[in-house]
Every structure is written in C-alpha cells, then in structure tokens.
Design a protein around this ligand. Structure first.
Ligand code: SAH
Length: 389
C-alpha cells in the first residue's frame, strides 16, 4: 500500500525527500526467504515498472480529474502506484511468494483486496489461479481493467470497481485472499479491517490469507540533528517565535528513514498479528516495553517499524521495514520525545504503547506513549500522545 506521509491528502508529498538517501529504490534491493539468503532483484525491477506506462495513465485517468479529487483519493493517481511498484522489496516479495508457491494458487479462486493496478492479480493469474477477483475502489480500477486486458488475462481476472464493504462478488466463497494493505506504522489508513471483513465474508474455512503474519517493533534512537531541524526549528523562524507549531510537530509521528547507527537500544518485538485469526478489535492494543541501552548515548526518539510474513509458503518468506533492512517506501516511523534522555549502557527505558484507530476518523491512528527512565544521569517519567494523520 502506498501512503507516503500524508499521501492520501497531498500530492506534494510525492516529492518528499528522505534525510538519509539509501539510493532511492535501491537498485540492489533484496528480499529474504526463510534462509535469509538474499536474492538479487535488480533486474526484476524493470520488468515490474513496465506494467504501468505513467504518461498514458495520466492522460486517461487524469484528464477529467482535478487536484480536489486527488485530495480525497490519492490512489486514483498513478504516482502512488508507481512508488509502490518500484518498491522492489515489497513487490518482488509478493511476486516470489506467488510464483514460488504456485500450489497455493493453482486452480484456486483468489480475491485481491485493493488491487490498485492489478499487479498481484496478474501474478496470481500467471501462477495458475482458476479465477481472480480484483477489487479496487479508486479510479485506478479502470486502469486495472485495461492492464488485465492488455496482458491477455481478461478470462481469468475480473476487476470490480468499488469498496470491498459494498461490492457484490459473483461467487459466495474464495480459496485465497491476497492483499497489500499495510500502511505507515503498519496500521495507518486502517485497511487491515477491510481485509478482515473480506476474510469473514468470503474466505472458505481452511482458506489462506496472504500475508498472514505481521509484527510491530520498537527501538530508541539518537537523533539530535534532525530533531533540531524538525522540532526546535520553530523556536526561532527568521527571528520570530513560532514555537506553538512545535507542539503539533511533536504530536505527528514522522515517516522517514533512520540510519542503523542511530540505534541506541535493543529492537523489541511489540506485537504480532495473525491475519488469518485476529478480529478487528485487535488493531487496538496496549503493550508494555523495555528498551535496554546498548551504549552510553542520548535518546531523542522512539522508532517503530514492522515485518510482514507469508508463513504458508514452502519456506517462510517476508520482508522487514526496519532500519537494518533494505529501504522500503514505508521507511520507519519516528516518535520524538519531549525530553532528551541521557542513558547509560545497561539502563532500561520502560513504558507502554497504546495504539488505536482515531474515533472520528478510523483511518488515522492515535498513539499514547508512556515511558520512564530511572538512570544514573537522567530520571524522567512522561506520557505523550501522537496522531498519525
Ligand atoms: N495491490 C496493489 C495496490 C495496493 S495499495 C499493489 O500491491 O500494488 C491498496 C489499494 O487498496 C489502493 O489502491 C486503494 O485504493 C485500495 N483500497 C483501500 N481500501 C479499499 C476498500 N475498502 N475497498 C477496495 N479497495 C480499497
């Protein structure tokens, strides 16, 4: 799923720059399987990106659209799909999962939840699916229909334009559900509930959901320079005090790449979700954490990221969006702390993180962080609220 920060709201965000360039869309991007053997996927990228011809798409989709339309539905614009397709860690993992595990798809009825350009449906059709229903609510559904036709899969793939929650599927049951629903901080945009809805409505009893496991992680980083640039900046703007904006800036988790050298503590598994069993209420949770310093340093922020796993394959497959892994368009999510913590090796930052969809707009995520450090150099106890929107 796309979702640059604010991606559903502003096209300006498409040009957002990372502070640490990993060589955007790392030409040498790799994916891992159970053996963690890295697979070179550089040459495959060109293959994927050929599926969409941006200027043509713009001409067809964009002709009668204004920026006001895109403001509410960035998925109608090809830019966000281009970004996702060019994320080779993401797209190549799905392709490997599907092509290398054809037994899951052969002669099966597949539902692609949020099909976008139809890329996952095309993979499934190529792997031998009996029929694929590609459901997409944005205008990109029209493009997906053309793409399916242009590639000769019209008899296998049916593109349905509409919301999963509102469409009539021509069949009562499907054998497999595939989806790329993950948002920033895993849960931003809350598309997971759409997948769970589809699972409960159409998936046969022993059916398969892909991916079926996802895990959220937390770590702490030193980030003096960037915190200064993003937060303290507002204290003195051309000699004017704009510090009232600082509060808002602090409350918004920042989606950006973190260098692994910034990591000060262990990386902690916060929460694992089993997509084949969980219920929608499970997207709200409170979990405790204990982050132990691996060196003497300052802590300016906590950082969250996630892994995705396909456990029903011959061998475990998946990818990580963590700072120690190859770049993905999800980057990491940085939560700045009010205080600069001074932590000594072996000391622990303890607390809890609560996550829940915003009550007014369930696509947004509210995060409450409680933390305390009782160290030699620093004693702090605080609660901070963040809003991903
Ligand atoms: N499967 C594509 C696109 C993933 S992005 C790929 O892997 O490249 C997720 C897509 O889901 C977006 O195109 C978005 O418009 C669509 N979507 C989100 N919520 C939906 C819903 N409730 N019903 C149908 N489509 C949805």
């Amino acid at each position: 799923m796309g979702k640059r920060k604010g991606g559903s709201k502003s096209l300006a965000s498409f040009t957002e720059k990372s502070r640490y360039s990993n060589g955007y869309l790392a030409a040498d991007a790799t994916v891992y399987g159970a053996d963690n053997a890295e697979v070179d996927v550089a040459e495959e990228r060109a293959e994927s990106s050929n599926l969409v011809d941006p200027p043509e798409v713009e001409a067809l989709v964009g002709s009668d659209k204004t920026s006001a339309d895109y403001y509410f539905d960035s998925y109608s614009h090809f830019g966000i799909h281009e970004e996702m397709l060019k994320d080779v860690v993401r797209t190549k993992t799905y392709q490997n999962v599907i092509y290398q595990n054809a037994f899951i798809f052969k002669n099966k009825v597949v539902l692609d939840v949020g099909a976008g350009t139809g890329i996952l449906s095309l993979f499934c059709a190529k792997a031998g699916a009996k029929h694929v229903y590609a459901v997409e609510c944005s205008l990109m559904a029209d493009m997906a229909k053309e793409i399916v036709q242009a590639n000769g899969f019209s008899d296998v793939i049916t593109v349905l334009k509409g919301k999963i929650e509102e469409i009539d599927l021509p069949v009562t049951h499907v054998d497999v559900i595939i989806s790329e629903w993950m948002g920033y901080f895993l849960l931003f945009e809350n598309m997971l509930n759409t997948v769970l809805y589809a699972r409960d409505k159409w998936l046969i009893n022993d059916g398969i959901v892909l991916p079926d496991k996802t895990s959220l992680y937390l770590t702490a980083i030193e980030d003096a320079e960037y915190k200064e640039d993003k937060i303290e900046f507002w204290n003195n703007v051309y000699s004017f005090d704009m510090s009232c904006i600082k509060k808002q800036a602090m409350m918004e988790p920042l989606v950006d790449t973190v260098d692994q050298n910034q990591i000060v503590t262990n990386c902690l598994l916060l929460k694992t979700m089993d997509i084949s069993r969980m219920v929608s209420g499970d997207v709200s949770f409170t979990v405790p954490f204990k982050l132990v310093a691996e060196r003497n340093d300052f802590i300016h922020a906590l950082v969250a990221y996630f892994d995705v796993a396909f456990t029903k394959c011959h061998k475990l497959m998946g990818f990580s969006t963590g700072p120690r892994s190859k770049y993905t368009h999800w980057k990491q999510t940085v939560l700045y702390l009010e205080d600069v913590l001074t932590i000594c090796e072996g000391e622990a930052l303890v607390g809890s993180m609560s996550v829940e969809p915003n009550k007014k707009n369930p696509r947004d995520v509210d995060i409450i962080l409680k933390y305390s450090l009782n160290g030699r150099r620093c004693q702090v106890s605080r609660t901070q609220c963040y809003k991903m929107r």
